[in-house]
Design a protein around this ligand. Structure first.
Ligand code: GDD
Ligand code: MN
Length: 429
């Protein structure tokens, strides 16, 4: 490989997976492959009907990222077909970014060798990181386009559909998704198992993350394009294959357009999907569930409350059980609750409300919050003790069942009051 070709590889970004608000310019990387001025100077764009609504005046309008791993038999054909299409539609105003994870079949070398023939082609070779969705985000991080897209390299996603996706953006869409589950969509000959797994995965997503998965008919799609402004500045943390879910969950995409397509059979090479991808998908759903919106914060508060139940019960047992210290019920209950309150406070301060407490640093602020949290929980504790005694002494309900009911009744009360008083979310936003 000649030194010039070597130097033409794109720099691999590191650190957070965050998309810059403005397009990446080669000057920043000292990349000498294609001088931006030549693109600007040599080709005025006549795209009256082709510049989508609301796009800036960047020269590069569309950046398509092509994640590759062992696609040496597919990459040339794909690049050729995409270039033909885009040279026709938005000449000089697009770029293709191959992001290869150091494929053993040297796909990155084949792609790099194609660059002289395809001036819009850029190649990144990652040696430290691996994974489809992070490859896509790294590609978007060095992209210069106002619209960021992704397409698989194995021609299972029909390149021709790209213009229809572009059309959705041109009409004002924020996100345009190729879907197998709308009119004109489908899969070629998938085994019943794979159909079941795909539909099952979607249903699971609808249960765990309805507000995200429910927004599109094919949340598993790996073929789409999104306006940079919709995801710029958001820290993405995808897991495994499902980058689209991450974009919808963390981005601001009010207008989503969908275009039907038939997922083709792979002509060359192997699918890299393994059981790991399904586990990653589940982990991804849970990670998003725990980090999205007020529901997530209540979810975390609830989990912390749950841990407090164990602390409460363990200390309550040690103090009050006849076989242990056999201390009086109410005294044992108050001490046990205080242990649980301190446990819950620490978890809430370092996790549930971490984004807020980090804005109020220092021990003094922390003690203030602990005091407020304690007062609010104490009020809850009083209700808790009254309810426990009422259920135990009046209705004769088992002491542990009565204790659980009392704790559940108080959790929502505690969450709402602490949200409003101890961590004062409104102050920060
Ligand atoms: N850089 C990089 N790193 N690329 C990868 C990696 C990786 O670790 N793993 C896979 N790829 C590339 C492949 O080379 C291919 O271009 C693309 O990602 C998709 O991989 P496949 O293994 O062919 O996936 P699939 O066909 O089973 O599933 C695809 O289609 C589904 C339906 O749209 C993926 O796009 C799925 O995300 C999607 O759900
Ligand atoms: Mn594939």
């Amino acid at each position: 490989m000649s030194t010039n070709q070597l130097h033409s590889l794109l720099p691999v970004p590191s650190g957070q997976l965050q998309i810059p608000a403005s397009a990446f310019t080669p000057e920043e990387s000292g990349d000498s492959l294609e001088s931006p001025s030549s693109v600007r100077r040599s080709y005025p764009l006549d795209t009256k009907n082709r510049i989508p609504i609301g796009l800036g005046n960047s020269q590069i309008l569309l950046s398509m990222v092509i994640p590759t791993y062992n696609e040496s038999n597919n990459v040339q054909l794909l690049i050729d077909r995409l270039s033909q299409l885009l040279d026709e539609a938005i000449p000089g105003a697009y770029e293709l970014i191959v992001v290869d994870d150091n494929s053993p079949d040297r796909t990155w070398e084949i792609a790099t060798a194609l660059m002289p023939e395809y001036p819009q082609l850029r190649v990144m070779r990652r040696t430290e990181e691996r994974g489809l969705s992070t490859a896509v985000v790294r590609g978007w991080q060095v992209a210069r386009g106002e619209v960021l897209g992704v397409i698989d390299a194995d021609l299972q996603h029909p390149p021709e559909l790209l213009l229809k996706l572009w059309g959705e953006i041109a009409r004002g869409g924020d996100l345009a998704v190729a879907s197998r589950n709308v009119e004109g969509g489908g899969v070629s000959d998938w085994s019943p198992i794979r159909r079941f797994l795909s539909r099952g995965a979607q249903t699971l997503g609808l249960i765990i993350l309805p507000e995200v998965i429910g927004r599109v008919s094919d949340p598993m799609s790996g073929y789409f394009m999104v306006r940079r402004s919709c995801i710029a500045g958001q820290t993405l943390s995808p897991l495994g294959y499902k980058i689209l879910i991450e974009v919808i969950a963390r981005g601001r995409v009010p207008w989503i357009g969908e275009v039907g397509y038939v997922f083709q059979e792979r002509q060359a090479g192997e699918s890299k999907v393994t059981a790991k991808q399904y586990v990653d998908y589940l982990r991804h759903l849970i990670r998003l569930r725990l980090s999205l919106g007020p529901i997530a914060r209540l979810f975390r508060f609830g989990l912390v409350g749950f841990s407090g139940v164990f602390v409460d019960m363990a200390v309550f047992y040690l103090l009050s059980d006849p076989t242990a210290l056999d201390l009086p019920l109410t005294r044992s209950k108050i001490i046990a609750s205080e242990f649980a309150i301190i446990n819950n406070f620490l978890w809430n301060d370092f996790w549930t409300f971490a984004d807020i407490s980090s804005h109020q640093p220092g021990m003094r602020h922390r003690l203030e919050r602990l005091l407020k949290f304690n007062v609010i929980c104490l009020a809850g504790l009083i209700i808790n003790v009254l309810l426990l005694n009422f259920l135990f002494n009046v209705f004769g309900i088992n002491r542990y069942v009565a204790n659980l009911i009392a704790i559940a009744a108080v959790t929502l009360w505690n969450f709402w009051l602490n949200l409003k008083l101890s961590w004062r979310v409104t102050d920060v936003n």
